[in-house]
Write a protein that binds this ligand. Structure first.
Ligand SMILES: [Fe+2]
Length: 346
């Protein structure tokens, strides 16, 4: 196998490609099994490993490679993206519309049970855009303004999510899915139990909607290296985050579509701030003491994230394995066909 990096300035991600005769999935699975300790330590150092040029053609092939790296795959999901099942453990990465921004995040950073590892697989190469950028959140932690970082370390964060009522006829694109679709049950007792397991406070609202809030440290130490990692969803959930993100997306893609969405999000953010209190927003994040995180803090965080973000175009058959405790992922808008799948561990 060939091991290399895209650039001499960055070890994210490590790129593994086959030498002649090594491109079969079975060969890759065997190679991973034979080099397990080395693969794991390289994953910890780099934050992500991209396997490119192998014969990976089906969700099952993907699952087999993911299992070779980490057999502890899971199929439960408490996040915010709509997902479809493709094999026992492979799911569509996100069914969110193509123009939606998915900001950088460590998967489910707001839960005590955030997955240790994530795997993404490119089944259908995007026609335009649709990259899954990744970012070393250890570097983000180090590079933040020390004053802002200290405030997060002192106060922690509170993540707020408001899920729609199952009785609601129509939802706008800015509302989260119905809580019955998130939990796949109508039994409120089951949901309350699940929330308790995950340190989530759940409140049933007068309109039968569900508010879930949870307080987190915001910074996490990597379980193996002890390095500090930016580990929260401020840049995803904060009310001003989507408009800030789209401003940067438009600067990169410069399409009429991205211009329109950018303008629309600016207006929507202004409208939402005016009409709903922070607790009622579909998603929002405040400091742990309930005080608001200033908009310019969010802008600064996104600026640091974009500085360290690695954006590579997908190639059919690519599999990327991500250390979710150090490295974030997101999605850039796209058009045309695109099919990316995901697996995750406990
Ligand atoms: Fe994600």
């Amino acid at each position: 196998m060939n091991l290399a990096y895209f650039s001499e300035n960055s070890i994210l991600p490590l790129v593994i490609t086959p030498t002649e005769g090594e491109s079969k999935k079975e060969t890759l699975v065997q190679w991973i099994a034979d080099n397990k300790a080395s693969v794991e330590s390289k994953l910890t150092d780099s934050g992500a490993i991209l396997f490119r040029g192998f014969q990976i053609n089906t969700p099952q092939d993907f699952e087999d490679v993911a299992k070779a790296i980490d057999a502890d795959l899971k199929d439960d999901y408490m996040g915010t993206s709509p997902r479809d099942k493709k094999s026992e453990y492979a799911f569509s990465a996100s069914e969110l519309p193509a123009h939606y921004p998915i900001m950088q995040h460590c998967e489910m950073s707001f839960l005590p049970s955030a997955p240790r590892r994530l795997f993404f697989y490119c089944h259908v190469e995007p026609e335009y855009g649709g990259e899954t950028p990744i970012c070393d959140f250890r570097k983000v932690y180090q590079d933040l303004d020390p004053k802002i970082r200290a405030e997060f370390e002192k106060k922690g964060v509170k993540h707020i999510r408001n899920y729609s009522s199952p009785n609601e006829a129509a939802r706008s694109g800015f509302q989260l899915k119905k809580w019955t679709d998130l939990f796949h049950t109508t039994d409120k007792k089951v949901i309350e139990e699940k929330c308790k397991e995950n340190d989530i406070i759940c409140e049933w609202k007068a309109n039968d909607g569900l508010r879930m809030t949870n307080k987190n440290a915001g910074i996490k130490e990597h379980p193996i290296t002890g390095e500090k990692v930016w580990f929260n969803h401020t840049q995803v959930f904060h009310i001003s985050a989507a408009a800030d993100e789209y401003y940067r997306i438009h600067k990169r893609q410069r399409r009429w579509e991205t211009f329109k969405t950018s303008m629309f999000l600016e207006l929507m953010t202004w409208y939402k701030k005016l009409t709903k209190n922070p607790n009622e927003q579909s998603m929002h994040v405040t400091f742990g003491d309930d005080s608001e995180i200033p908009d310019d803090y969010v802008e600064h965080i996104q600026e640091v994230i974009w500085k360290h973000m690695v954006i590579q175009a997908w190639k059919k058959g690519d599999i990327i394995c991500i250390d979710n405790f150090s490295t974030s992922h997101g999605r850039l808008p796209y058009y045309g066909p695109r099919e990316i799948m995901v697996c995750w561990t406990s």
